[in-house]
Design a protein around this ligand. Structure first.
Ligand SMILES: [Zn+2]
Length: 198
């Protein structure tokens, strides 16, 4: 019990600390960076509270358990594949203009429109969740948020499209840990609201 309270206090401290740091970040410099470099730069080695067990076993921060689905309608497509062509996220097909929601509270750190580091992603948004987890939403037809903006879980941040390297309207969604390593979203997206396969 005591340990739990201590952990909660630590997490709170970390959240406040990372929020304070976020205000000092020059977001503009990240907009042109290759995605993974940007994510690594944004990750502070000692920032954030990690569940040590989970971190050692797979590198997923505990907050990943609280994500919600970024779409409320659509169909599940391609997931992360260990073999064959590299694919770092999950594809969800939906009509152009379908709202995309932030999966957790966070700060928008990248809003790019096919920038050099994001070639192929088209209109893309990256959100930092407490310096421990990053979510990425791409091929958007429109982005509704600005760099540095705070968002709440469930906020409408963008609309589905097919910008960048995309053959049809869909959301390419990624979750990455503080090392920039892609996590398999299907492991963490909840049962509730699960999109069907076509
Ligand atoms: Zn994809």
């Amino acid at each position: 019990m005591k340990l739990k309270i201590f952990a909660a206090a630590l997490m709170l401290t970390a959240a406040v600390a990372s929020a304070a740091c976020a205000a000092d970040i020059d977001y503009q410099e990240f907009q042109e960076d290759p995605l993974e470099t940007a994510i690594r730069k944004l990750a502070s080695p000692e920032g954030g509270a990690w569940d040590r067990e989970v971190m050692l076993s797979g590198g997923a921060p505990d907050i990943v358990q609280e994500v919600i689905w970024p779409l409320r309608e659509g169909y599940l497509g391609r997931g992360i594949k260990r073999k064959g062509r590299r694919h770092d996220g999950v594809d969800m097909s939906a009509p152009r203009g379908t709202p995309i929601y932030a999966v957790l509270d966070g700060i928008v750190e990248v809003v790019s429109n096919n920038g050099p580091g994001f070639r192929g992603y088209g209109r893309v948004i990256v959100i930092n969740h407490g310096g421990r987890l990053w979510s990425l939403y791409s091929h958007n037809s429109a982005n509704y948020v600005k760099v540095g903006q705070r968002v709440k879980q469930g906020d409408k941040i963008a609309a589905v499209g097919r910008t960048g390297r995309a053959t049809g309207n869909h959301l390419h969604f990624e979750l990455r840990n503080a090392k920039g390593t892609p996590l398999d979203p299907m492991k963490y997206l909840p049962k509730e609201g699960r999109l069907p396969r076509r």
